[in-house]
Design a protein around this ligand. Structure first.
Ligand SMILES: NC(=O)C1=CN([C@@H]2O[C@H](COP(=O)(O)OP(=O)(O)OC[C@H]3O[C@@H](n4cnc5c(N)ncnc54)[C@H](OP(=O)(O)O)[C@@H]3O)[C@@H](O)[C@H]2O)C=CC1
Ligand SMILES: CC(C)CCC[C@@H](C)[C@H]1CC[C@H]2[C@@H]3C(=O)C=C4C[C@@H](O)CC[C@]4(C)[C@H]3CC[C@]12C
Length: 273
């Protein structure tokens, strides 16, 4: 088994010298992806709102061996900023190999309070900016036969209570990017689209938001980040991480939906909100 290495095998060399944009890279899984990519010798362009954090992540990336590392700060609430980030890659690199869409705007873990403006804002940050970045980056990705990596969640496959706006943004991603994947195949566009379905991960924000209500331990963000990069490099259609939780959950969704819904609710402590 050790000596069998088919074309589907991952090697960290695959990322050496590659030009990669990572959004939401100032903390959590995005920050960890930046460190892995740096270690692998990629060029990274990082983005998020908080400049001070981005500067620290960029410094660490340079220490870890990144071919180059820089950042652009701004908010993905505006599609103009999303386009600006891609423009920056075009100016500095003249091309792009991988677009990792990972950022999310702040949302509540609570009963839906009827705030329609919050839903609109979250759709703009978590969904529309992903579309805008993809549109701007597509000419460069076609040229390099590159990859688009979309970070989603179990919440984009199976809804849980207290995540209505967030869940809607993640479901939207699957519809849009799966349709686009068809069109790429029809038009012989060799750009891969990888949808990452993640369970509960131990990032500071997630732990702060749900550790008091969710049963079960979160999976490590470092390993999660590596799995995302690996699945993108291998041009896989979908990543399930951790697979032991995500895959059975997704299978149960269509096979036994009411049973699954009961499981989801019982996984959240009584009086969750
Ligand atoms: N952690 C978990 O349990 C799970 C996470 N996921 C997914 O993984 C991805 C990463 O999550 P995680 O690492 O936990 O998230 P974090 O909250 O740790 O990081 C979010 C990132 O997005 C940035 N960000 C926040 N608001 C904006 C904005 N308006 N414009 C631009 N950037 C913004 C943040 O930086 P700044 O504030 O500086 O802008 C930060 O870099 C997300 O797509 C999430 O849905 C999926 C399932 C579970
Ligand atoms: C069968 C069960 C194991 C399924 C239940 C798992 C549910 C409860 C898990 C799976 C994915 C998780 C959410 C997620 O994707 C990302 C975030 C963003 C973060 O900033 C705040 C927390 C939040 C909303 C998580 C909340 C808890 C969720 C819904």
């Amino acid at each position: 088994v050790y000596f069998y290495s088919g074309p589907g095998n991952f090697s960290e060399e695959m990322l050496r010298g590659k030009r990669v944009i990572v959004t939401g890279a100032s903390s959590g899984i995005g920050e960890q992806m930046a460190y892995h990519l740096a270690r692998m010798g990629a060029h990274v362009l990082l983005t998020a709102r908080t400049e001070a954090k981005l500067q620290k992540v960029v410094d660490k990336c340079l220490d870890l061996g990144a071919a180059s590392a820089r950042y652009v700060s701004g908010s993905m609430e505006s599609t103009a900023f999303a386009e600006e980030v891609v423009k920056e890659a075009e100016i500095t690199w003249g091309g792009l190999d991988m677009l990792i869409l990972n950022h999310i705007g702040h949302s509540f873990f609570d009963f839906f309070n009827g705030d329609v403006d919050h839903v609109r804002k979250l759709m703009e940050t978590n969904f529309l900016s992903y579309v805008a970045m993809t549109v701007s980056a597509l000419p460069m990705l076609k040229e390099s036969e590159g990859s688009i990596v979309v970070v989603s969640s179990i919440s984009g496959k199976v809804a849980s209570p207290f995540t209505a706006p967030y869940s809607a943004t993640k479901f939207a991603l699957e519809g849009f990017f799966s349709s686009l994947r068809h069109e790429f195949i029809i038009e012989n566009v060799n750009v891969s689209i990888t949808l990452c379905i993640l369970g509960y991960i131990n990032t500071e924000n997630a732990v702060r938001t749900v550790s008091h209500v969710i049963k079960g331990a979160p999976a490590p963000k470092e390993e999660c980040a590596l799995e995302i990069i690996r699945s993108g490099a291998l041009r896989q259609r979908e990543l399930h991480y951790p697979a032991s939780i995500v895959t059975p959950t997704v299978l149960l969704r269509d096979f036994a939906p009411d049973f699954l819904d009961g499981l989801v609710r019982s996984n959240l402590r009584h009086g969750a909100a």
